[in-house]
Design a protein around this ligand. Sequence first.
Ligand SMILES: [Zn+2]
Length: 330
Amino acid sequence: MGEDLEKLKQRLSLLDYLRQQNWIARPAGRGSEFVGLCPLHPETRPSFYVNVHKNLFYCHGCGQGGDLLRFVQLFRQLSFRQSLAYLEQYRAAAADPAAVLEKAATFYQQQRDRYPEARCYLKQRGLHDPVLIKEMRIGYAPGGSLRRYLTAQGYSSDLLQHLGLLNRKSHDAFYRRIIFPCCQEGRVINLYGRSIAAAFVHRFLPGSKGGLYAWEQVRQCPEVILVEGLFDYAVLWQAGFRHLTCSLGTHLNRYQFRQLCDRPRTVYLTFDVDINGSGQQASQRLAHQLQVQGIAARRVLLPEGHDPNSFFVQGGDAGQFQALLEAALP
Ligand SMILES: [Zn+2]
């Protein structure tokens, strides 16, 4: 056990773990040290140091210090043995998170047709093509059943919490949400959950949303339509537009931006035209950034107050959308 423990501790980076807990740090001094606010006691000036080479921490404020195992004991208030079990799970999840997310995605997919509220919501958002629903692997999280399903398969609550599938109280994190798996190179790397109740904002699991949605299918296209939401993507797909991708929000991460710029192409930015103008501001900013990289950007102007989804749900058709594409602003 002593040997395994040493191996486990060597393989896990304290800094990576802290960052995954949203610890914010800056390099201190000679490069192998980082400093930030102490996660173990309240403070306003950073006194918590991590030495990357030694894989150790020390806080000058509260005087606590040690290795990752010690940190987990203090931070999560676990015994030595519990901390060890916790880190084993952490390592397993870190080794292959996609395998667990794949299981979750499949489970949610299986729930979709069992719950009338899910069918009803999809219909209300204009999604009716069973081929598309299957292709996008759209699922439904009723809430309260994923935990049982995955723990029965041997996944611990700790591991599922690491991935964000369960919340801190160990309940299903997604509750009454339509689920879209986000994939990269054929593996599920995140899940997007859209609440079927208006009151709750959409959300992802912690971690990267990855690249542009279904990018492999369109990267060869000289013209690409970019939308900000998956419901927008879905209705355009149903209307016959296939040179289509989605950034999952108006802010593109660096990876997504690089994808758009990887060869000469024209990008039709089709963001929401909301009353407060935020979608169009984002669209203008992105158009400018793309043009700087030599990419032709056109801004598609939907009628005021619309996104592509509402445009089609409220009776817009492919011909009308095509006219908007042709009228898009440089
Ligand atoms: Zn401290």
